[in-house]
Design a protein around this ligand. Structure first.
Ligand code: ZN
Length: 243
């Protein structure tokens, strides 16, 4: 039997525990639970959650060594994530752990570290309609999706988006106000696969949307490590052929 994919769903979990914040109404148990509760229905996945407030933000060496795919949601507390934990996550990505960065995670330390750019973008909070166009229907992450899907209320994330050119571009979003955004992008770093997905803002119930759930499930499967030989980097003193 194929091994199950070990998923860790990480969330800073700050807005949802503030009773005055709209996120506490939409995600009373936290965005991590909204994501994890769907992944837990998948027979090929084992899911755990981790949050900023836990020791080492719940991302100890042991947890990360036993994680195949890490999902990341953060917004207001990126600066509170310890650099040691960022180093550790980066190391695991280069070793082959998949990383799925969601929405405002574009400004997380780990995403900026792995991209090497500012990851800045344009934004507007006006509850606009967002139409997400699938522009690569042959990719594993877009399987089971219609040609486009929509959210009635979204925070606008728009171009310019200061990221390195994606290795694969899967989604482009259009917003009611006229902006467009590369809302689903893939990169490879070392042996690890990274997927950035622009959904979703903490005050909209977008993580309950069936298409969004399909994307995240597919992304976990795509980003899971594959069992290929580990590259060897060494001084190759002996040539393959006689010189
Ligand atoms: Zn947002």
């Amino acid at each position: 039997m194929k091994d199950k994919i070990r998923v860790t769903v990480w969330n800073e979990f700050v807005h949802e525990i503030d009773p005055g914040h709209g996120a506490s109404k939409v995600y009373p148990h936290g965005i991590h639970r909204a994501i994890a509760s769907d992944l837990e229905t998948q027979p090929d996945m084992i899911v755990r959650t981790a949050t900023l407030q836990e020791p080492e933000h719940g991302l100890t060496t042991e947890v990360l060594s036993n994680t195949d795919v890490l999902t990341w949601w953060g917004h207001t507390a990126h600066g509170q994530v310890s650099d040691d934990v960022v180093d550790r996550v980066q190391h695991r990505v280069l070793e082959g752990m998949g990383l799925i960065v969601l929405h405002s995670g574009h400004f997380s330390k780990i995403f900026r570290r792995l991209m090497g750019t500012s990851c800045n973008l344009s934004w507007r909070e006006a509850g606009e309609k967002e139409r997400v166009w699938v522009i690569d229907s042959s990719h594993p992450i877009t399987q089971g999706l219609p040609g486009f899907f929509e959210y009635p209320n979204a925070e606008m994330y728009g171009e310019p988006f200061d990221i390195p050119q994606p290795d694969e571009l899967l989604f482009i979003s259009w917003f009611e106000g006229g902006d467009v955004f590369r809302s689903g992008c893939c990169w490879h770093r070392g042996r690890g696969k990274i997927f950035y997905f622009a959904a979703a803002h903490e005050t909209f119930p977008t993580y309950l949307d069936p298409n969004v759930r399909t994307v995240i499930r597919n992304a976990v499967r795509w980003a899971a490590p594959v069992n290929t030989p580990i590259p060897e980097f060494r001084h190759r003193k002996e040539p393959f052929e006689q010189l």
